[in-house]
Design a binder for this molecule. Sequence first.
Ligand SMILES: C[S@@+](CC[C@H](N)C(=O)[O-])C[C@H]1O[C@@H](n2cnc3c(N)ncnc32)[C@H](O)[C@@H]1O
Length: 340
Amino acid sequence: MPLAGRGPHFQSLHAVNPIESEYLFALCNPGSEKALKQEAESMSLGWRLSYQRRGFVSFKSDTPFSFDALTTDLALARRLCLSLGKSTTLEQATHRLSAASRIHHARFFDRKLQGLPSVGRPKPGDLIGTIVELAPDEFWSGIHRHTPLLSPDPAGDSGIEMPAESPSRAWLKLEEAIRFFDLEFTSKDIAVEVGCAPGGVVLALLNRGVSVVGVDPAKMAEIVLASAIPNRQHPPTDRPWFFHSRKPAALASKRDLGHGITWFMSDMNQSPEVVLTECARFCRMCPDIRGILITLKLTDLLQITDKNHWFAALSNIGFKSIRLQQLAVHHKELALYAHR
Ligand SMILES: C[S@@+](CC[C@H](N)C(=O)[O-])C[C@H]1O[C@@H](n2cnc3c(N)ncnc32)[C@H](O)[C@@H]1O
């Protein structure tokens, strides 16, 4: 396969020392490379494109990269690694990662940048090596430190599979986000989901013991209607339940939502601006909301350069900790997560 971006630095790519490198690489969804470069440029990081393949973008800068550079919030990067160079064999690539406590494997296969299954969940502080196989004789070695809110999985790809009974792929997007951000729910949580039909997210939440108020004019699938309650005012206390407010989000009132909502979720196919306006209104109606998880649907991934407006909208609502992330299961979508 042709190698794009081959330059004088290419053969000499190596780590300056175990925790600094002249290069870093980002792993992303194939098709997100251009928007990822735009995102980095819009953040004035001083990173310059070094090399690019589908799902793989490497950058260089005037000063060596350290682990600090990996804390940069690049929403379109599923994984950022200090680059320890390119090898022609897996053995060589593994040899470069002697400092790592565990090694993740990723490969470009079936038009996807896939993480290969790994056992266990890394702890914060663990040094993790990643070997990315882009071609039979092209292996890249990278290293990063695990921190909260970073995917625990190789290449930020959990490989979770959707159960046959799920009425939509939204089940997968929610489960991937839960795994990526390490979200926790209890049976005391009540989530409101706007744009809830046909019910993949509702099904995943009910299975986790979380009750849901769903807002959507469209019809729900039978599998979630089995947990439906007719009246929001008197919910059962012995099982998770689902209440359907069958109307557009803008018409949902405090009465539909009731007391005790702790999560706001949205999967509406509406612009980020509409979704964030509704998010602010719902948070005013439900003061107990402690977390939000929104699937932002973009018409063009280059809208990523608007992300500061989205963060400002959430910080105006009172959220301090905010993460924006494209997940492995997303197409032109992003997960926006915030908690108090
Ligand atoms: C991608 S689907 C949602 C999938 C759903 N979350 C699931 O888990 O199966 C998008 C939904 O957004 C709903 N929607 C679009 N605009 C809406 C609005 N203004 N208020 C409420 N729902 C809306 C549509 O009716 C549609 O059912």
